[in-house]
Ligand binder design. Structure first.
Ligand code: F3S
Ligand code: F3S
Length: 103
């Protein structure tokens, strides 16, 4: 799977959403999260992010390893909706994201 990491927080450019063939980038309060089971690893989202927030999980820099967990745990209450458009903006974040100071 691919993972959205810290640079997305409070930026939410959303260029990535347009690229995803399976609509698996879900919008939280401060960042997007990639559904780990729905992502088909096409990689189309990664180069379009202007702040380079998206990584293939094995390429994620160590200091952002918590985002692997965040992208998994974010979906615990939703299961696999099959489409981000169905849920729209979800006004909450993973606790690790909530804990970061706001600009
Ligand atoms: Fe975030 Fe980059 Fe997408 S800033 S919303 S991951 S294009
Ligand atoms: Fe979609 Fe990016 Fe995965 S475009 S399928 S979230 S690699």
């Amino acid at each position: 799977t691919y993972v959205v990491a810290e640079p997305c927080i409070d930026v939410l450019d959303k260029a990535c959403i347009e690229e995803c063939p399976v609509d698996c980038l879900y919008e939280g309060g401060r960042m997007l999260y990639i559904h780990p089971d729905e992502c088909v690893d096409c990689g189309a989202c990664e180069p379009v992010c202007p702040v380079e927030a998206i990584f293939y999980v094995d390429d994620l820099p160590d200091q952002w390893s918590v985002y692997v967990t965040a992208n998994v745990e974010f979906f615990e209450e939703f299961g696999s909706p099959g489409s981000a458009a169905k849920l729209g903006k979800i006004n909450r974040d993973h606790p690790a994201v909530d804990a970061l100071p706001r600009a």
